[in-house]
Design a protein around this ligand. Structure first.
Ligand code: ZN
Ligand code: ZN
Ligand code: ZN
Length: 315
């Protein structure tokens, strides 16, 4: 900023903080309809669920122990904005996320201010990862990339790598080399090191090798059968019947059923069965036989199911 450049602080999360936590007993504010924590929104002073849109007011005391020391944990964009405002009182801070750009023309107003080239700090999410032209950025700081290192989803590492490359690419577009800072608890993590030291192509080749060994796409084809019911046992029982029906061919493997990673969502209890095959043809032949049978299975009452072929996420 002293050199007259702009700074982008990139955060992969909306809201003021991800979690409301009780200092005394460790209770966190959770959605009553999903297995998910509520996100605090400062402007509307409410807790909301990003999975089902449930909203409630902020409690004054802990629901579990009645304690009064409730803390906000995690860095959402609104909290990042407040922190930066305190640290840089003379610098304009512009927050760009889905909440701040809801107003009509908000985005074009922000872009006009940014393109004027005056030093400022942008705080943004995914919306700023690509698309908009940001020629005056000198520094990009990416906060907390660690979700991408620990997610159970086999695509999370790939997405993390793409995001880091995209966001880092925002710095120093015009004739000037930019700087990127990455915040992580694991600066020694092999994926991250390779991405930074050898670049995206080498990183992608390593991920491909791992996928080949684990037989994940693109070396196999997946279909995800999701079921939801009033209890996870019912959803699991429905899916558990499937291996016994229509005898899957040897080149189609059934993994599960297991409870979905977010078992409860919008009040429904969810389970899933993953079907994996080395090539599309046997998978599709099996699915063609299986689908008509699903509506005749004995334990199907009260169960809703859906089939996702080539699922992009496993949740
Ligand atoms: Zn929200
Ligand atoms: Zn919810
Ligand atoms: Zn408590």
């Amino acid at each position: 900023m002293n050199a007259g450049h702009q700074v982008l602080v990139f955060l992969n999360r909306r809201g003021f903080a991800s979690t409301l936590l009780c200092h005394d007993c460790g209770w966190t504010a959770e959605c009553k309809r999903c297995d998910a924590r509520l996100t605090y929104h400062q402007q509307s002073a409410c807790l909301c669920c990003h999975h089902c849109d449930y909203r409630q007011g902020v409690p004054a005391t802990c629901d579990a122990c009645g304690g009064g020391q409730l803390l906000y944990l995690g860095q959402g964009t609104q909290r990042g904005e407040s922190t930066l405002e305190a640290l840089f009182p003379d610098t304009p801070i512009i927050r760009i996320d889905r909440d701040s750009t809801r107003r009509k023309h908000a985005m074009s107003d922000y872009m006009a201010e940014i393109n004027s080239g005056k030093p400022c700090i942008l705080v943004g999410t995914q919306m700023l990862a690509k698309g908009h032209h940001l020629p005056h950025l000198g520094l990009v700081a990416i906060l907390d990339v660690d979700q991408g290192l620990y997610s159970p989803d086999f695509r999370a590492s790939e997405r993390m790598g793409q995001l880091v490359i995209q966001v880092a690419g925002r710095a120093g577009r015009e004739s000037r080399r930019g700087t990127t800072w990455i915040q992580t608890h694991r600066p020694d993590h092999a994926w991250l090191r390779q991405l930074l030291d050898e670049g995206y192509a080498a990183f992608a080749r390593s991920l491909l090798d791992e996928r080949r060994q684990a037989n994940w796409p693109p070396f196999s084809r997946l279909a995800l059968l999701r079921a939801q019911a009033s209890s996870v046992e019912r959803a699991l029982a429905f899916l558990a019947q499937i291996p016994n029906y229509g005898s899957p061919p040897p080149d189609v493997h059934l993994l599960g059923p297991v409870p979905a990673p977010m078992t409860r969502r919008a009040g429904a209890h969810r389970a899933q069965l993953l079907l994996m095959a080395t090539s599309p043809a046997p998978l599709h032949h099996y699915l063609d036989r299986l689908i008509p049978q699903l509506s005749t299975l004995p334990q199907r009452s009260g169960v809703r199911w859906s089939l996702d072929v080539d699922p992009q996420d496993l949740f």
